[in-house]
Write a protein that binds this ligand. Sequence first.
Ligand code: AMP
Length: 561
Amino acid sequence: MRYTSLVEVYEDLAETPATLEKRSRLSILFESADPPLLKMLVRLVRGKVFAPWESVEIGVSSALATKAIARSTGIDSDTLEGWWRQEGDLGSAAAKAVNKRVQRTFDSKPLTVTRVYHTIRETADYTGAGSQQRQINTIAGLISDATAKEAQYVVRTIAGSMRIGVGEGLIRDALASAFATESQADIEAVQSAYDVTNDFSIIADRLISDGIEGLSALDIQLFRPVKPMLAQKAESIPSAHTDLQNGSGQTLAEIKYDGVRAKIHVDGESQRVFTRRLTEITAQFPDVISAVNSHITADKCIIEAEIVGYDPDTGDPVTFQKLSRRIKRKHNVAEMTSQIPVSVYLFDILYLDGQSMLDAPLSRRCHVLESIVDSSPPDIDRAQSLQTNSVDQLKSFYADAVASGHEGIMLKNLDQPYQPGSRVGYQRKVKPMMEPLDLVVTRAKWSEGRKSEYLGRPYLGCRGTDGTFYEVGRMHTGFTDAELAEFHSQIEPLITEVDGREADVRPEVVIEVEYEEIQQSSKYDSGYALRFPRFKQLRPDLDASQIDSLHRIEQLYESQE
Ligand code: AMP
């Protein structure tokens, strides 16, 4: 298939906001593709060339892509960056560059879908000296042969943002429609297959070979992690208990540990560890592997745990932020391992000896998990838990958890199965909320994707004693569309300087922010960073002299310990 034909589909999809039309456009595309092509298309329409669990990512950053566009069109990087800012999208800047191309290639070969897909995949394999140059050359090669529109989508694929309004749900529905029907039952069959594979490529393959009935044979598999089941916030312990109790009135409470959520896959001698975002972290945690080797008695299993770091001198847990240094570390892992040793707290099992455990009720999963762990604290242990029908006992379990420095507790329904990737409400988290802070916006970045012409993503500053502002973090989410528009209209007139996709602003707009925790951080000049800051409201009634002070943040930080 010529890439230009796929680009036509992209353009149609971008133009129509109507879901049904989008679905039928995609369904026609899928129906007419042969098996190898279909496997690529279901990824490409989401701007992906790898499965999430492949442990590889497109190796080309936006900065490298800009160099590649410059190389293949002769337009200099500064001009490109200006266009990028204007258009809000590097892909559109690439299209403009190709239209104004200074250099022309006379022996250009038309792009095919296969070539684009494999060439972008290939760039992830380049490592070591000269790899960046090779990546630039490879992408420049594609752009040299591309029309303006093709270049736009090649670059968007590299950036992972297609801006054509295609989400997982739409691909699911289009596949059902192309290979079965649009009935609820068929859509659910595709969704269930997606829950356990996380990859529409595998589903497409199966649909072509065995039709919709063939999907039921797809199941959770070793070394192909599924998304974690997510918890909702509990309104209160009594209401969560009312919602979650099983037939005999019991709820399971567990300590909520503050670490890294991990799925540990064990197949005899080989083990691999994945994060909640399905990134592989096996190499960074040899101590987890050795604890699993010594204390898990099952031959094949997928277990879920929180990995928590502790101070080797005092035994006290370390912050998530400190532990996350181990995730990023690629070299001298052994040294890091002794500086920040970890405990593994197991809380679920998804698979055992060839059998999926996803449909088993939590009570059974807990029982099975218990039977395959030979606990050996502090290296590996079951998450501390309490099964009870007494609200008072749940409350005192929570009070003890918080008093001994834990984040809070998880409340779980013992009767329910494991539902990958969804916040279905079988589990609730209970933790103290920090009081909101009033902070001033010091800088802001333009949003990405659909809202790219809006300044969102504000950097937040608190007040120092010397009249200057010290940043304590950056907000990523929390705006509704209307709030974003309002925020943008207030911030834009205050811009003092623009650098790429970021603007310095006069510190005048005050917002009230919620967050989960304060951490020490060298990233911001205050020395602190808010964890998960969320927009609560604009505070037009406050000016910057009335915002929270650095001293207050220090006090709050101390009070968390
Ligand atoms: P949150 O990240 O605030 O949405 O809380 C959910 C997270 O709590 C999970 O993703 C796990 O990483 C973590 N967690 C800690 N202890 C447990 C536990 N006992 N059961 C389930 N999740 C836990």
